[in-house]
Design a protein around this ligand. Sequence first.
Ligand code: FAD
Length: 539
Amino acid sequence: MSHSSVIAATDLREIIQQFLQNPPSGTPKEIIDSFTGLDTGQYLSPKLFLQIVEQAPIAISITDPSANILYVNQSFEKLTGYPRLEVLQQNESILSSASTPVSIYQDLWKTIKSNRVWQGDLVNSRKNGEEYPAELIVSPVLNANGQISYYLGMHRDITEVHQLGQRLKFQKNLNEAVLNAVPMIVALLGSNREILMDNDAYKALLGDFKGIEPAHLLIEALEQQLDINLSTMCQQAEGSFRNIEVRLDPPNRPPRWFACSGTRVSELDEAARHYFKQSTSRCCLLLTANEITQSRQRLHQARVNMLRTNVAEQQIMHSMQEAVLAAIYKLQAPLNVIKAALAISEQHDKNDSLYHALEQAFITGEQAIDSLQAVLPQNSPEQNSSINMNELLEEVLHLGTEQLLAAGITIDWKTIPVLPAYIGKTNALRNVFKYLLDNAIQAVIESGHDYRFICVQTAIDNHELVIQISDTGVGIAVAHQHKMFEPFFCGWQHNKSHAGLGLTMAQEIVNDHGGSLTLDPDYISGCRMIVRLPLGEIS
Ligand code: FAD
């Protein structure tokens, strides 16, 4: 057969047989099924065989090694608009379009000339000039010597697939544009908490948190606050939450607040067995968060102002308590002496005027103590509530801002970003930390050092919430270390206004919470007080 003549049906069968020996990947099954009949041993008649190829629902062409067309089927005619007789002897390049980059053709030729199958997408032109995207497979057909005799081309119109793809791309771009335009933080998390998608606001937050995934911190805080496991939330019917406010403490930065919402999103299984019966392959969580730090700060400021008033009142009451307790304590000593003297005199002469004077003094003294005890200001009982310890400590620092500024003290804030909620007496614990901070400030002032730091540190250790307040002040002499928690001990050089009951009371409050307030004996740069509060226990 000459390459310049129209291909005969018997040659066509031979070509197809060679093709079937190694069909290119992606060859439609219908084509392979149609051609496979040839391999049964009972060869189809050339006429029947031609009918099969003719009616195949894909554009088929057979060319010589220079791409001159020797045969096209009916689908080719229908798709390209070229009648068969018009296209025979023409080069396949009649289908070429300027919309296809030359590099595609170069790649096609490079591939097929090296005896390999080329498969790819390009743009074809119909006879009327209309363009359509096509998926093309070109397969070399080799002779017995392994040389290329023909090329078999198969292509189909992929306009619908292309349009769908374009629409998907547009939808994706639109989604991304919308996501990035909203000031809200958006992140989609997979079941293993991997970030599947995020927006620009989220990326900016990631930068602020120095690469620590903010979504993970938010989830951790939400889990503690809501007491749920977000990984299993997907399996629950109401897998969503709305506007839960959480606080994050970025490293060496002021705290930030977010109102978080979460919605369960199911990803459909792409496996073939779920083609007709849809099934969820995995569950994702769409996390959205609005930053509410500014409004929180305003609220916080108002709260700190209110607390400042309360604390001032409490300090007045505390001073009165100290003064009255000190008076009782001081009255108790002479009364004990009088009591002892009365006991001795009783054995001698009860009618003695000295005895009566002592007795009168004792009764008057006891009455004075009773009167003092009656006026001793009492603390009103406080209920337990949920405490965010970082927030409480921050309030305490705000309350001490003026003193800290006046003393030129720098605060080193070393808190862990997310602390579990602690159940305890908020006001009582705030007083404890305010008292410890006041002591730290006083110690730094008394030291006269230029290096003026107070470090506030929080940690979790062995199911305990550990809060440390360290200062670079005068420190506590070893001889005084065991006395400092005793009532009426005052070691200050320049502040004698306190009766020395503060630490005793602070220790009592911490003990009431089942915790401990101790001094770190190994800390030598000043003084370090350690408060340990057991977690998970309601005192
Ligand atoms: P051309 O100058 O023909 O080719 C562009 C580049 O392709 C050249 O610069 C060169 O690098 C390379 N090239 C072209 N011909 C050869 C060659 N004989 N040997 C080595 N390199 C060469 N094209 C389509 O656009 N649509 C089709 O549906 C299509 N089906 C094909 C089916 C078969 C079986 C074969 C063998 C080829 C098919 N082609 C098809 C490719 C076609 O032959 C042209 O190469 C292509 O259309 C580009 O034509 P052109 O006139 O724009 O540029």
